[in-house]
Design a protein around this ligand. Sequence first.
Ligand code: SF4
Ligand code: SF4
Length: 295
Amino acid sequence: MKEKIIEIRWHGRGGQGVVTCAELLAKAAIAEGKYAQSAPSFGPERRGAPVAAFLRISNKPIYLRSQITHPDIVVVLDPTILTLPDVTAGIKKNAIFIANTNKLLEDVKYILGVNVNLGVIDATKIALEIIRRPITNTTMIGSFIRATNIVKIESVKQEIMTRFPTNYETNIKAMIRGYDELEMETDANRTVIKEKKDGKKAMPKLPKWRELTIGLTTKAGSAQAYKTGSWRSLVPVTDATKCIKCGICWVYCPDSARYQTPDGTYETNFDYCKGCGICARECPTHCITMQEEKE
Ligand code: SF4
Ligand code: SF4
């Protein structure tokens, strides 16, 4: 690694282990004698909301304490947020971009619309196969190590064993699959995106601290306008033939996304369902199953 600070931004949804990725890699880098720093970035949202984490690694001390606005590397853990402008905001030209997606590399390149060295991996599929849950963090760490070679896989294994003493084997297995199955552009097969006139994705102008709002009251009905359906990576599927019309899913759904159909059974409003799985857990007849969201 050259004498510079490598800045890495991680994107995902609350509950997918975005912050853990940055922490594990920072600890592994420090164990190798490098300098590293990790920090989370949250809004006030719950599980499922888009979140980011920041990681800096260097061969020299790091004095910066800010968020990362011009990353050298971006890693996206959730396929449903690839189209959000935040993931490419401020990204350096020819940065490394690693995406969890089941789309083709060329298609992702087109969706992003920026010139990056792109790597793609179907980490959700791997996580569901190995961990049985769509928690993609350790799989994406494997892909990150393969694409960047900044830390050694052995160092991260040690950190995973310390962090997950009871289930480190599955997490290490997921990491190795992420390493092995990453599809990465090489110089020979790179697709160069033509700069679109409106395609420059500059960082939004941020307010100065004196301009920040102190406290906020939203208008009545704003929850209805704020559609949380795009946060989902799992989707509840109801077998109406087993529904006993008890309404328990409706009572427990934190987003009021369950509604009664004319025949009395319950279904989901996908504009608001964020895939938390509470309805499936509470349903007494187990007629709701959580399935992988199709992109
Ligand atoms: S998964 Fe179920 S409980 Fe969770 S938001 Fe969707 S409908 Fe509501
Ligand atoms: S909890 Fe299950 S059985 Fe009860 S209304 Fe909802 S889907 Fe039907």
